[in-house]
Design a protein around this ligand. Sequence first.
Ligand code: FES
Length: 146
Amino acid sequence: MERKDFIEQVGLSGAAILIFGCTQGCSKSEGTTSNNNGNNNSTPVDFTIDISKTPYDALKTNGGFYVEPTTNVIVVKTSTSEIIAVSAICTHQQASITYQANNNRFYCAAHGSVFTTTGAVTTGPATTALKKYQTTLTGTLLRVFA
Ligand code: FES
């Protein structure tokens, strides 16, 4: 084999390896992206908690909230008759949001975005609403689901 032929063959093999490697890397990164409206994980949201027990005690009081760590959903008792749930992950750059009972709104301290209790953006820089979840309360059992 002549030197020119050798370089051509090695060059083609190297290019094939690079293309294959890129394809593998790209498919892995696509698998980890979020499709959950800012909730930056792929865990399906459907859980039930007993709000009469620890660590959900805050949900006994109006204005109290609890963040479910597996799904990053914030559950809030906004009034005597209402418990709501939205994604606890800001849609701007995925910082954690908190509930501000005195203003009945969600707030992201990272850059100041504000959301209503329906998840709608009222102050940016976020432009996308928080994902809101359904809740049903049966006795002291609260189900949160998509
Ligand atoms: S990450 Fe929430 S406002 Fe930027």
